[in-house]
Design a protein around this ligand. Structure first.
Ligand SMILES: Cc1ncc(COP(=O)(O)O)c(C=O)c1O
Length: 363
């Protein structure tokens, strides 16, 4: 009765984490939750006000193509942040956060019976999207010795789509522009498309990471951006895809069937969010303060922090996640994200600074 692709899937790992957290809380243990990557940061008042001001007496169905103002705001942001011109009319479509669009990309492209490739450890949605689309899945291990970048020469024949995600969840690794250049060249030679999940490009602490949009020939690059982490707006559900016109046109044809256009009042708040960098700088400063508390505390335990240059994550070798949980510190075991994550744990720096200080003491 139920789609076997669904029944064959393991429980979404974070559901298991949430169950463990609830059990401990019921036992009266104070749990500081470094598990799920949902920012606990406040959304800037200016953005919240824009949402409220945009709330109409009647909200009609939003159109899949999105408001022109939002596409223009996204295009302006790509120009300021990455120095590239993306046509707001034909190369951008707003999305309901980025997850649904990442999930459905394999259905929009011709992937059935062909191969979808992604590195692991990984965010689980590339795999799930590929399986529901009837594609075959091929993972490439992301290893410390390669800077957590995949070996591009291992991309098999018959590949339709390659996913990359830098800055990377869960390792916090960043890819240099040369990596994207090489990937774009290979995509042309071997006839595949690239999905670049760039949810974390704005959470950096050293220098701003590049985008796949910056390659010389971006005719095979499909880039997913989101306000979730940059502007702490996970619950608003707002992002966009920037891609070649034929892909955007396919997305505009597919998306009305699924009904995932963001609400127009959310789109209006999103225009404000993409147009402001001050709140993003403040967000980075808050994460930096948490890193300054947690990094020394973790290192003092003799555990090694690797990659972790950007994102809200620390990728740590050594701790036993169950032992940490018994002390009230919840982290994600690295193998939640794939077999190459074994031996690591991921700290998501989502608790408040005060909670991070308490966790540092508990460590
Ligand atoms: C790597 C990665 N991509 C995409 C997303 C999706 O975020 P959203 O749907 O909120 O834009 C997340 C969320 O945690 C993520 O970690």
């Amino acid at each position: 009765m139920i789609n076997p692709t669904l029944t064959e899937m393991a429980t979404y790992p974070f559901v298991r984490l949430e169950e463990a957290r609830r059990r401990l809380v019921a036992e009266g243990v104070e749990v500081i939750d470094f598990g799920k990557g949902d920012p606990n940061e406040p959304t800037d008042p200016m953005i919240r006000r824009a949402l409220v001001d945009a709330l109409p007496e009647r909200a009609p169905y939003p159109l899949a193509q999105g408001l022109p103002e939002l596409r223009q705001a996204a295009s302006r942001w790509c120009a300021t942040r990455f120095g590239i011109d993306v046509d707001p009319d034909i190369e951008i479509v707003p999305t309901y956060g980025s997850k649904e669009a990442i999930f459905s990309l394999a259905q929009v492209l011709d992937t059935a019976g062909r191969v979808v490739v992604f590195g692991e450890p990984a965010y689980p949605v590339y795999e799930r999207g590929a399986r529901f689309a009837g594609a075959e899945v091929q993972t490439l291990p992301l290893l410390r010795k390669n800077g957590f970048l995949p070996d591009l020469d291992a991309i098999p024949d018959g590949t339709a789509l390659v996913w990359v995600n830098y800055p990377h969840n869960p390792t916090g690794a960043v890819a240099p522009l040369e990596f994207y250049e090489r990937l774009a060249e290979l995509a042309e030679e071997r006839d595949f498309l690239v999905g670049s999940d760039e949810a974390y490009t704005e959470l950096w602490f050293d220098s701003p990471p590049p985008s796949a949009l910056q390659v010389g020939d971006r005719s095979r690059m499909i880039v997913f951006q989101t306000l979730s982490k940059r502007s702490s707006m996970t619950g608003y559900r707002s992002g966009f895809v920037a891609a070649p016109a034929d892909v955007i046109s396919a997305l505009k044809a597919y998306r009305p069937t699924v009904g995932t256009a963001p609400q127009e009042f959310v789109q209006r708040a999103s225009v404000v969010a993409w147009g402001d960098e001050r709140h993003v700088e403040e967000t980075r400063a808050r994460y930096r303060a948490k890193r300054d508390v947690m990094i020394p505390a973790i290192e003092a335990k003799g555990w090694e922090i690797v990659a972790s240059e950007a994102t809200m994550y620390l990728w740590v070798i050594g701790p036993d996640p169950d032992a940490l949980l018994e002390r009230g510190i919840l982290v994600s075991p690295g193998d939640f994200f794939g077999p190459s994550g074994a031996g690591y744990v991921r700290f998501a720096l989502v608790p408040t600074l005060e909670e991070c200080r308490r966790a540092a003491e508990m460590l």
